[in-house]
Design a protein around this ligand. Structure first.
Ligand code: EPU
Length: 418
């Protein structure tokens, strides 16, 4: 397995362009299953999860082309298999996003249940219950969701827990259903709005995205479109923390500062100097920051996808801090690895208590999921000596050219072959 070798102690300086959002491009790729026309997607990040999704779509029979501007064009008219196998779904849970569009456009789907995950149990019961309320006949057979519906019908769906991909699946089912679908307690993440913007370009009638009630009026069919994906707010925030932890001076370009207000405010509270201008953010840090308390919650609150990175930052900041993980039940796997690097962190249920230490020291550590990998890389960049991060394939799922981007900014980071 490939590893990353990081020599710590170099401040990050310069300019970095933020890539398209992983959690937007995945549902938008799935949305291409809703029409027989070309769906052309721009600002597509080069990520393993994108490759997996594209493989899934082409194995189902979709045709794919990529033009000279790296725009991805998908055409689902030639789909001849409505099947997402376990081998693919187990590597990427977001494969569940094909369920709603397949059912809505083709009337059936067989999609593997995702199974366990390093950050929590992550069931998909709410996706299934929502589609059942829309008239789908769904059985779970041999680990697969087997779903059929001649024609989905609009329904009122009240999610007991706001779910991002669940909201996206129901939105994509609702756009081709008969009548009106109302999603209550819908997820409000910017990626939901991005998907809705793309679906509207395809001819869908959606209202209320970005709020907790989304209304969808079904249409007979959808057309193709040409759509650029939103910049990645979690990549943006991770680079801000990279500058903060290394006492750097970075300018992030092609981003959307309005989608990470809560992160900017936390970093300002910690003592970072941050200036926002249009789609650029500059961060300057030239002192030890103050540790900040965090409670993760759905958007617009503090994102769970930034919890691991802030624990790394807090571990070498001044003072004691408390980080509460409220979205997933098991998202502290990075903590024991950070402790091996000298961090002082105690876990009690869903709460981490962090006492800032003077320095971290390099060590061999193991990445357990995407954001945990980012946290260990950040720690490695500030640690004394060398850190080797193992199981680095997790990082390639969600950060485009991470070591190239960081090296260009002055970090010493190298990929070691298997
Ligand atoms: N939940 C249920 N039942 C369901 C669905 C969700 O109980 O049917 C629970 C989950 O167990 C969790 C909560 O609801 O406790 C919220 O989970 P959600 O469904 O919103 O998560 P997701 O849609 O599976 C997306 C992102 C994650 C991100 C979460 C939370 C994508 C492709 N994935 O996951 O991204 O952490 O929302 O914001 O959009 C990442 O990028 O590293 C990542 C894990």
């Amino acid at each position: 397995m490939e590893k990353l070798l990081i020599s710590g102690g170099k401040p990050l300086e310069g300019e970095v362009r933020i890539s398209g959002a992983k959690n937007s491009v995945l549902p938008i790729l799935a949305a291409s299953l809703l029409t027989n026309e070309d769906v052309i997607i721009g600002n597509v990040p080069h990520l393993q999860d994108v490759t997996t999704t594209i493989s899934l779509l082409t194995e189902m029979g979709a045709t794919l082309s990529i033009d000279e501007k790296m725009k991805v064009c998908i055409n689902a008219a030639s789909i001849d298999s409505l099947y997402a196998p376990y081998e693919m779904v187990k590597t990427m849970r977001a494969s569940i996003l094909v369920l709603g569009p397949l059912l809505a456009h083709f009337g059936e789907a067989k999609v593997s249940l995702p199974g366990g995950c390093a950050i929590g149990s992550r069931p998909v019961n709410l996706h299934i219950e929502g589609l059942r309320a829309m008239g789908a006949n769904i059985k779970v057979v041999d680990g697969y969701i087997v779903a059929k519906a001649k024609k989905l019908r609009g329904a009122k769906i009240n999610f007991p827990t706001a779910t991002v991909t669940g909201t996206e699946n129901i939105m994509m089912a609702g756009v081709l259903a008969t009548g009106k679908t109302v999603i209550k307690n819908a997820a409000k993440e910017p990626e939901i709005i991005d998907l809705a913007n793309c679906l509207r370009l395809m001819g869908a009638k959606i209202d209320g995205d970005g709020s907790s009630v989304i209304t969808i009026e079904g249409v007979k069919n959808l057309k193709g479109c040409n759509y650029d994906v939103l910049p990645d707010r979690i990549e943006t925030a991770t680079f801000l923390v990279a500058a903060a932890i290394t006492n750097g001076d970075l300018t992030l370009t092609h981003t959307r500062p309005d989608t990470i207000k809560v992160i900017i405010n936390k970093l300002k509270k910690a003592g970072a100097n941050i200036a926002v201008k249009n789609d650029n953010i500059n961060i300057k840090v030239n002192k030890k920051l103050d540790a900040v308390n965090i409670v993760t919650n759905p958007y617009p609150d503090f994102p769970t996808d930034m919890q691991a990175q802030f624990i790394a930052l807090n571990s070498i900041s001044r003072g004691k801090s408390k980080v509460v993980e409220s979205v997933f039940e098991n998202r502290f796997m990075h903590v024991q690895e950070l402790v091996r690097m000298g961090a002082d962190i105690e876990i009690n249920g869903n709460t981490a208590i962090i006492k800032g230490v003077k320095k971290l020291t390099g060590a061999p550590v193991m990445a357990t999921d995407l954001r945990a990998s980012a946290s260990l890389i950040l720690a490695g960049m500030v640690a004394e000596g060398e850190t080797i991060v193992d199981r680095i394939y997790h990082i390639d799922r969600g950060y485009e050219c991470i070591e190239e981007k960081l090296t260009k900014l002055g970090a010493s980071i190298k990929r070691l072959p298997q």
